[in-house]
Design a binder for this molecule. Structure first.
Ligand code: SAH
Length: 234
């Protein structure tokens, strides 16, 4: 194992499981990721161990390791494993990164992948009940390097910035300037942009002289919405 992943020091052995939610099934998912072009070993290692099925409703757990996006309630979705891996890989760009901001906690699965790879994760969500559930899952897995906030992530989390990397898991029409402002020099923003008919994934790098934008590939994410939904269901 490499330095980055060892830093998380988790006892993933407890999640070997059996059948459709077993370590063997996760390994098959990871083999598929490799065949789809994912080659960062730390990302592959993290996704081998993190029990993705625990971020879904029990009724959907058997589908957790298929290459599909899945509903997580409130008309939101957990992205397919490929896009989670791809975005995480892009976020690192092969470098050591300390502080990451995630827009759209959702189920908390993407958060957990980042949390296994980087020392400090900040995650924001506009739907309070989703984040509450994600937080409980992270707690159960002893992922302790995550800070949470209910806010409209289109404005980022300015008081905790700047960030070495920002990952946005919902799609705005345009790249929010606030997110670019909260990147440190050399920082990277990975973000889908567009509407529900046409969207692309972009990598935005902040350099000493400005901003470099690279088009990565087509994407399909739920929209970034404004405002917050505070009502928590018990
Ligand atoms: N990363 C998540 C993906 C969830 S889908 C996962 O692994 O499950 C995208 C999430 O973005 C949804 O939970 C949605 O509520 C949230 N979202 C949409 N607009 C937002 C905004 N302006 N600020 C914060 N979160 C937002």
């Amino acid at each position: 194992m490499t330095e980055r992943f060892r830093a998380s020091r988790h006892d993933w052995q407890a999640y070997e499981g059996s059948g459709m939610t077993s370590l063997r099934t996760r390994k098959r998912m990871v083999e598929r990721l490799v065949s789809q072009g994912i080659n960062d070993n730390d990302v592959l290692e993290a996704m081998t161990h993190i029990p993705r099925h625990l971020f879904l409703d029990q009724a959907l757990a058997h589908k957790a390791y298929e290459d599909v996006s899945l509903p997580i309630g409130h008309a939101q979705t957990l992205s397919q494993p490929y896009i989670v891996a791809r975005m995480t890989e892009l976020l690192m760009g092969g470098q050591r990164i300390d502080k990451v901001l995630e827009i759209g906690t959702g189920s908390g699965y993407q958060t957990s992948v980042i949390s296994a790879l980087f020392p400090m994760v900040y995650t924001v969500e506009r739907i309070a009940s989703l984040q509450k559930q994600a937080r409980a899952r992270h707690n159960d897995l002893s992922l302790l390097n995550i800070l949470y906030r209910i806010t409209d992530g289109g404005f980022g989390w300015p008081s905790a910035g700047p960030y070495d990397a920002i990952i946005c898991t919902c799609a705005p029409d345009e790249i929010p300037q606030d997110l670019i402002n909260q990147l440190s020099e050399g920082g990277r923003l990975v973000i889908p942009v567009g509407d529900q008919t046409k969207q692309d994934l972009w990598l935005v790098e902040k350099t000493s002289t400005g901003v470099r934008k690279t088009l990565v590939e087509p994407a399909f994410f739920v929209p970034l919405k404004s405002g917050v939904v505070r009502a928590v269901e018990y």
